[in-house]
Write a protein of this length. Sequence first.
Length: 158
Amino acid sequence: MKLNCPKCSRPIVVSDVIELSNGVLSHVDCARPQNLTAEERALLFVFCSNHAVAQCLACGLSFRLLDLAADGLGSRTNLCPRCRRDLTQSARAHVYSCAMLPAEVRLKAQAAREAAQHLVKESQQLRDTSDVLIREAEALLFERLGSLREVMSRRTTS
């Protein structure tokens, strides 16, 4: 069973950017669930503004953060200016591998991302477990109700 965002009802997957509010997971931005987080964007801006952060495999070109395009009519960002492919994952991968980021910052960013992914996985597992328990309880209830009906029907016929 999939974990759905309570705001948009779409599934939450481990690559989505999530937030935890009142014990409930949801997308930070339902229109762009896999967009860069504010922290990832800040790291790219501060430490990587003078070099390429994303590579378009289709075009074979690399781009700085400020060179990436945005869809003026839609909600897409981090696009290849030439072919309009989404380069968000390429830019995200750069955050966690760039030698220009201090090692401590890079490791903390990676730990935060892994914690968010773990939270999504754990929530999905708990939801799966609760679904199994509910189905088992329903089956047991159905079985007990059947037994009760059987006993009651025997009692009324005797």
